[in-house]
Structures are given as structure tokens and as C-alpha cells.
Design a protein around this ligand. Structure first.
Ligand code: HEM
Length: 465
């Protein structure tokens, strides 16, 4: 692929490292102002490997921002992925506040959990959730479209939708009992995780600052709600349900099963990993469709043909190639996880450059998805890139499109979220026309862990006859 191997210095030589750029402190301020804008600006100025050393001498950290699919391949897959661990501050804080579920577990603990959790997320198992997804989506859509007298905030709408879906999929019949705890306490815990994870100074959690006290109370509320339901299910010997919690409780590998604490940790991590990510993808998909009425009309036609007069179903999504392409193109332009970070725990190399153990490496799907060496006219919204016949012959790098990460630690919820998003788009677009308010495809965004719009994403939504 021509034009891919840009590096930070004009000619670093075969084993020479790119120059360190940006100063020790200024970047921290700039990242806080806008992480996405900062990372993209540094890439445009310095190339695919941006090397920085942040913090005072002696306490500093070396960080490499990597804007190239080849770097993603090296860090996430092959024989080298174990040299890059999930030991960066954000993952440490997720583990501290939400337990060590699959997202943050490492080594043996991760291998063990994955054995139990993987079968719960196979495509066939996930398709079984199609009906409840449609139930929840129809409920939220009916609620929001009852009195449409002005523009809708797509972000809030889709957050409500994704929250209801994930809680119902996890807890089934107990969902209504859990929703108030999640609504009240989850934002507090995730705010604590994010602020500490991306903050410059992390006080020990024994120090009773107001944030830490709020975080502890919210964590106790969430743990209590989950533990109560887990205990009740175990006591009832209830293994017949189909919700994710029942399946995790019933999961067996020989004589082994997950402990109650491990089950709770999975549940909390699914809430964290599976809620804002999907709502972000849906928000931007509806915005882009609201900007491209011709594509929206074609999607509506495809949905109506696939679904007829019946209810949308997971099976019907197989007959929605255009809707799928729109979702993929949305996730290219707006990847919900715009950065994926690791700590090098062994000396290794990335793009031919030696990386020392102790270096933080940050892969940037945001820029990889906009790389002119990978994508033609990268800023143009063009779902045709993902038409099945185009994908079949496109010789793209395996990591050119990586909204779900990659390698052994790729997103376990990928099938679930794609099914959910396609069904949500089908339900909304079959009977409604969405018109974006903003006059651009490219909305201002920032990211803490997930990408978010910095202003409300407004659209007019009208019911069609
Ligand atoms: C649009 C929706 C989603 C996006 C964009 C997304 C993105 C990602 C990414 C990029 C990773 C890799 C992180 C890394 O390597 O550091 C990941 C991992 C993970 N995701 Fe998702 N995710 C989505 C939905 C979900 C859902 C719905 C669930 C669960 C219900 C979920 C659960 C997980 C878990 C458990 C992991 C860790 C897997 C492991 O380390 O083995 N995600 N996700």
C-alpha cells in the first residue's frame, strides 16, 4: 500500500526512532481540551508514529500514538500481542471500580473467563436476543415520537435506547428493578473511572475526596443490585431463562463455573462496554442518514422489503446489506472507541521501530479510519465502500477498519451491537423520516473513553404515513 509508512522525523533511518515531539506538559493541556482534535493534529503534523515524553523528568511516561493499521496488527495480534498489556491508567481504573471482568482481566484470569463468556456471545446465541431488542427499541421509539414538536436530541434518545436494551438483555425479567440503580449510579462510577483514568494525578482511593466518596457509594449501589439478583437466581436454581445473566450463571467448562463475583464483574463490564458505544454509533448513523436523504430512502426501501408487514428480526438483518454498509461507514467516520491503548510489558517493535518495555502505545482507529494511504477520499460519507461486492475485492489492510479492536482481545459484543444497531435503524427508519439539523457530516467530537459529540446532535423526526 503506497504512502503508508510515514514516520515522525524526515528520515529516522532503519532503526532510528522518530524525534520526541510536543514538550512535556503542553500536550497534557491540549489533550484535555480535545483529545481527538489533538491526536489528529499531531498525526497530520508528524506522521504515523508520534512519540512523546510527558511529565517531569524521573516521573515521565513515554507515549507512542500510532496511526497506522500495521501498528494495530502488531500490537493486537500475531505472536506479539502478549507484549502489550492492558495496564494503562484507564483500564486500571475500570478494574478498580467495576471489577476484573473480561474487559480488564489479564493472563490466566482472562483465558479462564473467556472460556465461559465466549459461548454466550456466539452469533447464534446473540440472534436469540433479537426479539427483546425490537421490544425495547419499539418502546423507546414510541415514547419519543409521541409528541414530536421540535428537533430531537439523537444522542439522548439513543442512549436511552441502548441502556434499556443492554439492561434487559442482561437481566431479563429483573430489568425494571435494575434500571433505577443503573441510571442513578452508573454515570457516577463511569465518571469516576474516566476522570481518574485520564487525569494527571490519581490520589489513592483511601483518600476521602468528594469524588471518591461519591464513586464508592455508587459502586456499592451497583454491586448490591447485581449481587442481590445473582444470589436470588442461584437460590432459585433458576437456569432456564435466556438472559445473559442466567447464561453466565449456567456456563460450565467441565466441572468449573464462574464464581458469583466473576459473574457480577462480567455484568458490570457489559454495561460499561455495551451501552455508550452502541448509542454513539446509532447517533452518528442517524445524523449521517439525516444528511443524506437519498441513502436514507434506499435504506427505508431495503428495510421495508426485508421486513414486510412483520416485525424486524435478527434473521431479517441478513437481507439488509445497505443498512449494514451505512453502519460500517458510520463506524469508520465515528469509531465509538477512537483510541485503544496498551502498555509494552516486553521490548518489542512496531513498524520496524524498537519499542521499550514501559512505553504506552495508543492505537488510533480515529485516524487509521481517515488515513489517505488506506481510504480514498477518507472524509466522504460513502457506504458503497462496504457494499458486499466491493468488500469482496477491496484489498484493504486487515486493520484498516477496526472499530471493534482486533486479535484475541477484540470486542466480544460485536455481533450483539451490530444486530442491535441494525434492528434499531430498521425500527426507526421504516416509519420515520430523519432530517439532520446541522449542515455538515463532520460534527465536533471529543473522547474520554468513548467518542462523544461536543454539542447535541439534533434532528427532526417525522412519522411517515
Ligand atoms: C458499537 C458498539 C461497540 C464498540 C464500538 C465496541 C468496541 C470495543 C473495542 C474497540 C474493544 C477492544 C478494546 C481493547 O482492545 O482495548 C472492545 C472490547 C470489549 N467489548 Fe466492545 N464494543 C461495542 C459493544 C460491546 C457490547 C454490546 C458488549 C457487551 C455486551 C461489549 C463488550 C466488550 C468486552 C467484554 C470487551 C473485552 C474483550 C476482551 O478483552 O476479551 N462491547 N469493544
Amino acid at each position: 500500500m503506497a504512502g503508508l509508512a510515514r514516520t515522525s522525523s524526515p528520515d529516522p533511518g532503519p532503526v532510528g526512532l522518530p524525534q520526541v515531539v510536543g514538550g512535556r506538559f503542553r500536550p497534557v493541556v491540549a489533550m484535555r481540551r480535545n483529545m481527538v482534535g489533538y491526536a489528529e493534529g499531531m498525526w497530520r503534523a508528524h506522521g504515523d508514529v508520534v512519540r512523546q515524553v510527558l511529565g517531569p523528568p524521573g516521573l515521565d511516561r513515554e507515549i507512542w500514538m500510532l496511526h497506522h493499521p500495521e501498528a494495530a496488527s502488531r500490537v493486537l495480534s500475531g505472536s506479539s500481542w502478549r507484549a502489550f498489556a492492558k495496564q494503562d491508567p484507564v483500564y486500571e481504573e475500570v478494574g478498580r471500580w467495576l471489577g476484573h471482568g473480561l474487559l480488564t482481566a489479564e493472563g490466566e484470569a482472562w483465558t479462564r473467563q473467556k472460556r465461559f463468556v465466549q459461548p454466550v456471545f456466539t452469533r447464534a446465541a446473540v440472534d436469540g436476543y433479537g426479539d427483546l431488542v425490537v421490544d425495547e427499541v419499539e418502546h423507546v421509539v414510541a415514547d419519543h415520537t409521541r409528541a414530536l414538536d421540535g428537533p430531537v436530541d439523537l444522542g439522548r434518545w439513543m442512549q436511552e435506547l441502548a441502556l434499556r436494551v443492554v439492561v434487559r438483555a442482561l437481566f431479563g425479567e429483573s430489568a425494571d428493578a435494575v434500571v433505577p440503580h443503573v441510571r442513578r449510579s452508573f454515570p457516577v462510577v463511569s465518571d469516576t473511572v474516566v476522570r481518574r483514568g485520564v487525569g494527571v494525578v490519581r490520589l489513592p482511593t483511601a483518600v476521602p475526596t468528594p469524588r471518591i466518596l461519591r464513586g464508592r457509594a455508587a459502586r456499592a449501589d451497583l454491586f448490591g443490585a447485581c449481587d442481590g439478583i445473582v444470589a436470588a437466581r442461584r437460590a432459585a436454581g433458576d437456569t432456564g431463562g435466556t438472559d445473559l445473566l442466567t447464561r453466565l450463571l449456567a456456563a460450565r467448562d467441565g466441572d468449573e463455573h464462574l464464581t458469583d463475583d466473576e459473574v457480577r464483574d462480567q455484568v458490570l463490564v457489559f454495561l460499561l462496554a455495551g451501552h455508550e458505544t452502541t448509542s454513539t454509533a446509532l447517533t452518528f448513523a442517524l445524523h449521517l442518514l439525516g444528511r443524506h436523504p437519498d441513502v436514507q430512502d434506499a435504506v427505508r426501501e431495503e428495510v421495508r422489503e426485508a421486513v414486510g408487514d412483520g416485525r424486524p428480526s435478527a434473521a431479517a438483518t441478513a437481507s439488509m446489506p445497505l443498512t449494514t454498509a451505512v453502519l460500517k461507514e458510520t463506524m469508520r467516520l465515528y469509531p465509538s472507541a477512537p483510541f485503544v491503548s496498551r502498555l509494552a510489558v516486553a521490548d518489542d517493535e512496531v513498524m520496524g521501530l524498537p519499542v521499550r518495555a514501559g512505553t504506552t502505545v495508543v492505537l488510533a482507529p480515529w485516524t487509521i479510519h481517515r488515513h489517505p494511504g488506506v481510504w480514498d477520499d477518507p472524509l466522504r460519507f460513502d457506504p458503497a465502500r462496504f457494499a458486499p461486492e466491493v468488500e469482496a475485492v477491496a484489498r484493504r489492510h486487515r486493520y484498516a477498519w477496526m472499530p471493534f479492536g482486533g486479535g484475541p482481545r477484540a470486542c466480544i459484543g460485536q455481533h450483539f451491537s451490530v444486530m442491535e444497531a441494525l434492528l434499531a435503524l430498521a425500527v426507526v427508519l421504516r416509519d420515520h423520516r430523519v432530517t439532520a439539523v446541522a449542515a455538515t457530516d463532520h460534527l465536533p467530537v471529543d473522547a474520554l473513553i468513548t467518542l462523544f459529540p461536543t454539542e447535541p446532535v439534533l434532528a427532526r423526526v417525522e412519522r411517515l404515513p
